[in-house]
Structure formats: C-alpha cells, structure tokens
Design a protein around this ligand. Structure first.
Ligand SMILES: *[C@@H]1O[C@H](CO)[C@@H](O)[C@H](O)[C@H]1NC(C)=O
Ligand SMILES: *[C@@H]1O[C@H](CO)[C@@H](O)[C@H](O)[C@H]1NC(C)=O
Ligand SMILES: *[C@@H]1O[C@H](CO)[C@@H](O)[C@H](O)[C@H]1NC(C)=O
Length: 565
C-alpha cells in the first residue's frame, strides 16, 4: 500500500537516528519489541510487601469487615482479629507472608508505572506492526506478533482443518494423514502485509471427538488460597474452566488486610464480569501462613455449601482444568456419600518419599461431602496439631486421623512435578484432567492451549501423523522429525524434563524414552489461540529462530484454522 509507505519512511528514519544516538545494539533491532516488558513478579523485593504502619491498618480492618459481610459471620476466631491500631498480630502474618511468598503484592502499581516508562522509551525505538495495515486475514498473526516478539519478517504457513465429529473413533489412535501438514510456506513482512496473498489449499479433514455436552456442575466446589495479585492474575485461566459452569469458587485472599475495600470490590467485580461464582474471604486467622490457608479454606467452603454440593476440591492457584466435564465424570464413578479422599501422587517418586502418600496439592484434593464436613469441624485442631506447614500434608494427616478414608488415586489428575521442558508430557497423547506448574516449573500458555477442548473436547492433545515426518499434538505442538516418524516410538513418553532420567518417574509416567536430540526435532509450539466471531478456532504454532547461529534467521509460524462450518 503506497500511501502508508511515506510515513513509514519517516518513522524508520527517526528510528535509525534514535538508534545511532542511543547506541542501541543491533540485536534489539531484529526483534519486535513487546508492547510491554513482562515484569516477573517473583523478583520483586520482599520489603515492598510491608506497608508503613498507621493509616493502612485502618484499611485492613475495613477490608476485612467487607469480606466478612460477604460471609455469614464467622464464629471461629482463634486469634483475636485486630480491632484497633494498637493490636499487632496482623504484622506477624505479614512477615510470614513476605517470607514464605516471594511475590510481594502491593508493588503492582509502582511496577506498572515502571513498565509504562520503559515501554514508552522502547516505542520510540521502533514502531509496532499495525494490524490495520495488513490484510484482514493476517490480523490475528500481526496482533499476536507484538506480544510474542516475533521477528519483523516470518516464514508463514496456513492450513485449514475441517473437524469431523465422531463418537465412535478411537481418540487414542494416531491417525495417518498422507499429505504433509507444513506446506505452502510464504515469507511475510509484518510491517508490510497489505497485499500478501496466502496460498489456498484444500482443508484437511481430521476425525475428532464431539465437544463436551453443556451440563450444570453445581455439585462441585473449589477452594483456593492466594494473595490478591495472584488471584487477580488467575481470573483469565480460571475463566476458561469455571466460568458459567455453576461450580462454586471460594477464595481466601491471604493479604486481604493490606487491601482497601475498593480493591476487594474491584476484584469481586472482575470475577463477576467473568461469570465466576466466587466468594472472597479473609483468612480465618491472621496467624496462618499461605500454606495453612490452603487447608483452612475448607472451613470457608463448608460455610458456602448447599445440599447440591458433592465434592470439595482444594486446589492451587495454578491448578488448571482443560475442562471440568471429564473431572466431573471421573468423580461420578466414586461414591460421594461415603468418606472419600481423592487426588494424585507426585509423578516424582522422590517427592512421594519426602512428603508421603497423599493428594498432592497442585493436582487438587477432592473430598466427598461427608468427609469435608467432618474435616471442617476438626480443621483448626488439625492445623494446631500439624507437624508440617504444607496445606496438602495437613489435609492428609487430618484425613488419616479423623476418618478411615484412604487416598483414592484418580487417573488423569497430575501434580506435574516436571521442570523446564514438559513437552514429553504434552506430546504423549494423554488426556489430563488438570495441569499444574505451568507458570513456574515450566512455562506453557495452558489457557490458549486448551481452547481446543472447547471446540472438540478430548481432541486437546490428540495426535496425528502427517506424511512421513510430522506429528501434530493438538493444542501443544507440531513436530518435524527429519529422520522420519518411524525413528520415534510414539507409544512411549519422551523424558524431556529435568530428572527424567532419574528412574523416579518410571512408576508414574514410564516407561520413558530418551529425549530426542534437539537438532533433529523441529518443534513449533502453540503460542496463540482464539475463536473468531464465526466460531472458528485459530491456533498459532511458532518456531522461534535460533539467532545464535544465524542472526538473520526468521521465526516460523504455522497457523491452523479449525473451521466450524
Ligand atoms: C499409521 O502408520 C503406522 C506406520 O505405518 C502404523 O504402524 C499405524 O498403525 C498407523 N496408524 C493407524 C491408526 O492406522
Ligand atoms: C488485574 O489483572 C488485570 C489483567 O488481567 C490487570 O489489567 C490489572 O491491572 C490487575 N489489577 C491489579 C490490581 O493487579
Ligand atoms: C519422506 O517422503 C519423501 C517423499 O516421498 C521422501 O523424499 C523423504 O526422503 C521421506 N523421508 C523420510 C524420513 O523417510
């Protein structure tokens, strides 16, 4: 488009000038700057969690009152809640929190300000690609390229997929599709894509399961305990699995007393907008650590129960469900009218040795209604008697000392104690009921990945083989093996994560195969996904250029468009 070229020249010229003046490295130039620098909450200084005394204390009390209003008045107050500025037990918790939780909360604002300044500077260095200057067909790619920090030009392949819904085909078969998946590649300049012509090819027909039926899940209640900021950050992933399902969520805001009533209202509102049936509560005792609150939330959950509630799930704030229906179906095979304690061990036997035989917190601990009631009545005693501070170990001890229930392991639940590269897990054709550790031990955009489950249910992580060298794991990756798929045993999980060779994972995920040499495994990982207005699902699989070898190498993107109609 010619008219747009003129201002472009201007912008580029001033950019080059600025570049020279500020001695920026060439390297910066190669990549599109992200729209905002991703601030890592983990590295915030701990002191920032401590708010100056005085006025903020008044806020704590008010905030606490507000939350109490939402609750039916709580009788259990083992530690007197601070009613005047003079009483200091609140500070104890604050210190606890700061020590046990590196993510300091109240710095959100100053952090945002810093980020704003920085991105302001960077914007002058280079303009961002503008989706409006591109053909509408590439709008999603160009918009995503900003957050993904793609190279200015990319190699791009687009394929259309026509899902054929079936409830008889075996989802676990790896169907052979004779034609190649990665074909028709073009090079696109993300800054100049107004007249790009995308090669058209026949859509590929893939047989997939039917989407999950919409059912009310009001018999499920979930409890979580975390700080304000992490809870706010959890709204998007929580929305994916709980929004509009009828399942209830009870959340202990561990730093509620540091928050103003407006803050709490704003958070409550954000959940409501997301159609999440949430009850925000303050910790039952100011003395409890976050880990103790992980267990104590059970008391709050029982205050919200209804005759409908069959299962009480205690989860971590990074426990994620691709969809609640399979979890609900699995739990339905158990008897919720007897004492039942349900969950999963760690996949790492070393952790089982250290912590014991229990429902590991990240996989969720699910209690049947009668057991939940029994434990809730004993909860404060259990916390008092506990020799450990972890919520899941307190729960385990509380179950074993107050009931005859033993752990029922529910297949499909995962603690996901997998560090760094979890791709072996995701490329093994599993149907996980939940995921965990996706924003700490390993990084994966689970909420985008699992959009596939909304389109075709169990097709999330379903695998297909294309041609003689490509394996597609839906929602996670497209992998090309130059040596051919025959060189890979797809029936075994690849031990890609740290410690996979320790033998400690054989009892849970094994037998494992050796990690495939990275230079012989060309992976495109899912980095973006969204539904279009017409209900099509767009997925972006990205292979990031390795500029350490060749600095002109371009990122490669495969866009798959699952057509609804
Ligand atoms: C696909 O091809 C492989 C290798 O030829 C074969 O072992 C496998 O059974 C085929 N899969 C299906 C579902 O037919
Ligand atoms: C809450 O999260 C949203 C993004 O999901 C962000 O825009 C907002 O600033 C956050 N608020 C606080 C107080 O952290
Ligand atoms: C895959 O098939 C193509 C075309 O038939 C052939 O050129 C290539 O060598 C094959 N690759 C492997 C790894 O078998």
């Amino acid at each position: 488009m010619f008219p747009s070229k003129v201002p472009r020249v201007f912008v580029l010229a001033s950019t080059v000038l600025l570049f020279l003046v500020t001695y920026t490295t060439l390297h910066l130039y190669h990549r599109v700057p992200p729209s905002y620098p991703a601030a890592d909450p983990q590295i915030l200084p701990i002191q920032d969690a401590i708010i100056p005394e005085g006025q903020s204390d008044v806020n704590h009390v008010v905030a606490a009152d507000i939350i109490t209003d939402i609750l039916t008045p709580t009788i259990i107050t083992p530690v007197p809640s601070p009613t005047s500025k003079d009483e200091e037990p609140a500070w104890k918790l604050k210190t606890d929190n700061a020590l046990s939780q590196p993510s300091a909360q109240p710095t959100i604002l100053s952090d945002d300000t810093a980020a704003g300044d920085k991105s302001g500077e960077e914007e002058h260095q280079q303009p961002l690609p503008d989706p409006k200057l591109c053909s509408k067909e590439l709008e999603f790619l160009v918009r995503s390229s900003i957050d993904l920090g793609l190279t200015e030009r990319v190699h791009y392949v687009r394929r259309y997929i026509k899902p054929i819904f079936s409830d008889t085909a075996n989802r676990d078969d790896i169907a052979n599709i004779t034609e190649p998946l990665v074909k028709g590649e073009i090079e696109i300049d993300l800054y100049q894509c107004g007249d790009v012509i995308i090669p058209q090819s026949e859509s590929i027909k893939l047989v997939v399961p039917k989407p999950y039926p919409r059912t009310k899940l009001s018999h499920l209640m979930f409890g979580v305990a975390t700080d304000y900021k992490r809870l706010n950050d959890s709204i998007v992933p929580f929305t994916h699995w709980i929004s509009g399902t009828g399942a209830k969520l009870v959340a202990v805001v561990t730093d509620a007393k540091d928050k103003s009533p407006e803050d709490i209202k704003r958070l409550q509102r954000s959940f409501e907008i997301a159609d999440i049936d949430v009850t925000l509560v303050k910790p039952i005792s100011g003395d409890f650590s976050t880990s103790q609150n992980h267990f104590a939330v059970l008391i709050n959950m029982l205050q919200q129960d209804s005759p409908d509630t069959q299962w009480y799930g205690l989860i971590d704030d990074d426990t994620f469900f691709p969809n609640l229906k399979p979890l609900s179906d699995s739990l339905a095979m158990l008897d919720h009218k007897t004492d039942a304690y349900v969950g999963a061990l760690s996949e790492d036997f070393q952790s089982v040795r250290s912590f014991g035989f229990m429902a590991f917190g990240g996989a969720g601990a699910f209690l049947s209604a009668p057991l939940a009631k029994k434990l809730s009545d004993q909860a404060l005693q259990c916390i008092h008697d506990a020799t450990t501070k972890e919520g899941d170990t307190i729960l385990r001890d509380c179950v074993y000392s107050n009931s005859k229930a033993k752990l029922t392991i529910l297949p499909g639940l995962y603690q996901q104690d997998l560090r760094d590269d979890a791709s072996g897990f995701f490329e093994a054709g599993l149907k996980p009921l939940n995921l965990h550790h996706w924003k700490s031990w390993y990084k994966a955009p689970v909420e985008k990945m699992a959009k596939a489950a909304k389109l075709c249910g169990d097709c999330f992580l379903q695998r297909w083989r294309f041609g003689n060298d490509t394996v597609f794991s839906n929602g996670f990756s497209i992998v090309k093996y130059p040596d051919g798929v025959e060189s890979v045993n797809l029936q075994l999980m690849e031990g890609t994560w740290g410690k996979a060779d320790s033998k400690d994972f054989d009892f849970s995920l094994g037998p494992l195969r050796q990690p495939y040499p990275a230079d012989q495994k060309k992976s495109y990982k899912l980095r973006g996904a969204e539904f279009t207005e017409s209900g099509d699902l767009r997925q972006l699989y990205v292979r990031t250029a390795d500029t350490s070898k060749d600095e002109d190498e371009l990122d490669q993107v495969i866009e798959l468009i699952w057509q609804r109609h």
